[in-house]
Structure formats: C-alpha cells, structure tokens
Write a protein that binds this ligand. Structure first.
Ligand SMILES: *Cc1c(COP(=O)(O)O)cnc(C)c1O
Length: 388
C-alpha cells in the first residue's frame, strides 16, 4: 500500500502544515485515522461538517440528487438551486441569492455587488470598502486585500485598490474613513474567526449600521464561518439585532460539499443583472440538495441545542486550571491557555480529541449536534491537557 503521507508530501502543493494524521473514516463526531485510532472531532473540517461526518439525513438528501443528475449549467433551471435560494430568503429576509463554491467567491461577489451598487446609485468614484483590522475574508487576490492583516499581503502584490482598514470595536475609526473617503460599503465578520475567535461588541455593530444608514453605504456581513447555526442563531447577525444589506456564507452551508452563497437584501436586490456575474459550478444541484437539508434542520430546537452545548463548554472551562479565557459565540469558541496552545493540542490529539488553532488560541468548532456525552468527555480531556 502507498504511504499516503509520503505521497502527499511529494505531490500536493506545500501550503498546509498538516497534523500527522490521515483521516480514513468517520461517523457523527467520531473520526478514525490510518491506525484505527478513534478521535472526537472538535473542528468539523473548519466548521464545514455541520452535523458531523456521514450524517444519514444529509447522505439521503445528497444521494437522492446524485442519482438524478449531478450538474447542469446555469443555462437551465434546476430544482435544488431554486429551492435553496427560496429557503435562504425566507429564513433571512434576503431578496435574492447568488451561488458560488467557496467563502472567498461569496465575498468576491459581495464586493462586486457593492461596487456596482455604488456606481449605479452614486457615481464612478465611490468604490472603497472598509474592512476591519484582524479580519479574514479569503485567499483570492481581492479577498486577501480585503483581509485586514498585513501578513497576508506579503508576496502577492500588486493588489486592487479600494480597501481601507478600520479598528474593530472603534466606531470613530470607521467614521474617520467613511468621512474622508468615497465608500461603497463596510464589510466585517461579527465574530472574527481566523483572527482569534473575537466577537465584536454589540454597540459597535449597531453604530456601524447607523453610520452606514446615515452615509448611504452598504453593510456586508461575512458569515462564511459564523453562518448556518454556528453561533446559536441561523446567522450571527440575528444575535445583534441588525439587518445587513449583503451576507455571505459558505463553510457549514453545504454540510461538507463546496458551496458559497451571497444573499442580497432589498437595497441591492436588482444590482446584479444578466451577464454581470457567473460561476460554472455555482448552484450545483448536489451541493444545493445537501444545503437544503442542512438549512431545513436548523430549526429552533437545533439552535437551542447549540446554545446549551455552548453554555456547557463556557461553564466547564471557567476557572479551570491552565485555562486563561474563553471567547466566542455558540459553537465557535477560542480558548486561551497558559501553556502554548500547540502543546495542548498535541496532548489532546494523543488522547483522542481533535481541536484546531486560531492565532495562539485553541479553537473549537464541533458538530452542532455533537452528542452531549462525547462533548463532555472531550472537554474533560481538553482540561486535563491544559492543566497538566
Ligand atoms: C474561511 C473563511 C473565508 C474563506 O472561505 P473559503 O471557502 O476558504 O474561500 C472567508 N471569510 C471567513 C470569515 C472565513 O472564515
């Protein structure tokens, strides 16, 4: 048998610092490696496998579509795409949805929409988009530029113009940029995920929305990671009492298949028109059929379950030995440990649980339906690893 790790090292582009584990099988929140060792998964492929590995309802939804047809171009109608768009609009108040295949692509679409909206309604020069320092919006050239972290800008310039960075939780910083530049939109995550699982203050978020209204600019909320039940609401903006003009999502939407969505609210519902944007795989029937089954299951009782599990984790880790702080919302949590997080994660892995990192924190993104006994066990292991 091939040594998979060796083959990967030899032939796959060297962009990922992989853990020394090959995943060969999984069910629910349990994953198995090449030696048959069992792990409790606390990261779900970075918030992707919403209901865990090989969830049977999701498999049924995907397989039913798979046996009909796997793809059609966007030159024809197909049911899963239309159904998913309707469902997302009904559940959010959005008016239209554009489908792509990833978070970066969803954000690219949002940026295009904001610029076209500004050009259509305000004139040529109002193209600037304000994002926040420490944000993360994707890996394409434009979404890298939108990402407010210098480390991501090294080596890949020149970048497109028109991105300005404000301080998170500092409304004056946003105000300064809006007043001194011609802007189309503010774009932000409500919990900065890759930046270290940092929720924005509710007051700041409300102030940004008020400012945007006053200044006639759009608010784009990047819900690529926070969306689809992850924070205990269907979309995180619902926790903040605001209504965005555009939301983008991806990761957990497909439950494990690549899909991205850009949801367009009233102000921008007619900004895109025929020929103004497109994506060959966008609205793929298999991915959309999976996503319909995910969104349909994100009802109040599932979301209550997310909040219960979240509360359990906060309580269990509060004041625990070796734990400095816990941040985040719902089942998107960042844990600051006294010991180096890499060391703690290594110990966790030895003991059969799989968290990941965000900056210097340990990040938890478990399945929204992780069985309570498995979660409790995993948190005990994590406490042991951090407190030893
Ligand atoms: C992961 C992520 C992205 C990028 O998504 P991809 O699917 O990797 O392109 C964008 N924004 C946020 C907030 C993310 O967490």
């Amino acid at each position: 048998m091939d040594n998979i790790k060796q083959t990967d090292k030899e032939f796959v582009a060297d962009t990922y610092a992989r853990f020394d584990i090959e995943i060969v099988d999984g069910k629910g929140s349990k994953l198995y490696d090449e030696n048959g060792k069992e792990y409790i998964d606390l990261a779900t492929g970075i918030a992707v496998n919403t209901f865990g590995a090989c969830d049977s309802e999701w498999i049924s939804a995907v397989s039913a579509q798979l046996s009909k047809f796997q793809h059609t171009s966007n030159l024809y109608y197909s049911a899963p795409c239309a159904k998913l768009a309707k469902l997302l609009c009904e559940r959010t108040g959005a008016k239209k949805v554009f489908f792509g295949n990833s978070g970066a692509e969803a954000n690219e679409c949002a940026i295009k929409v904001a610029r076209k909206w500004a050009q259509d309604t305000k004139g040529e020069g109002d193209y600037n988009i304000i994002t926040l320092k420490n944000s993360f919006h994707g890996r394409t050239i434009t979404t890298l530029k939108a990402t407010g972290q210098d480390v991501f800008h090294k080596d890949f310039g020149p970048f497109p113009e028109g991105f300005l960075y404000a301080e998170a939780n500092n409304i004056d910083s946003v105000k300064d940029l809006v007043k001194n530049n011609k802007c189309a939109a503010v774009m932000m995550e409500l919990v900065q995920g890759e930046g270290g699982v940092l929720p924005l203050n509710t007051d700041f978020v409300k102030d940004v929305f008020a400012l945007a209204k006053e200044e006639n600019i759009l608010v784009i909320i990047d819900e690529v990671q926070t969306g689809n039940g992850r924070t205990g609401a269907l979309y995180a903006y619902m926790n903040f009492g605001v209504t965005p003009d555009i939301i983008t999502t991806a990761k957990g939407l497909g439950g494990g298949l690549p899909i991205g969505a850009t949801m367009l609210f009233e102000k921008v519902e007619n900004t895109l028109n025929k020929g103004s944007h497109g994506s060959t795989f966008g609205g793929n029937p298999i991915a959309c059929a999976g996503a319909v089954s995910i969104i349909e299951r994100l009802d109040q009782s599932t979301l209550d379950g997310v909040n219960e599990r979240s509360e359990y984790i906060f309580n269990a880790l509060k004041g625990a030995k070796g734990i400095k702080s816990v941040s985040g919302m719902g089942l998107m949590l960042g844990i600051e440990t006294e010991k180096d997080s890499t060391e703690v994660i290594k110990k966790c892995m030895e003991k059969g649980i799989l968290p990941i990192k965000a900056k210097t924190k340990i990040r938890l993104l478990p399945a929204l339906n992780i069985p309570m006994d498995e979660l409790k066990y995993a948190i005990e292991i994590l406490k042991e690893a951090a407190g030893e």
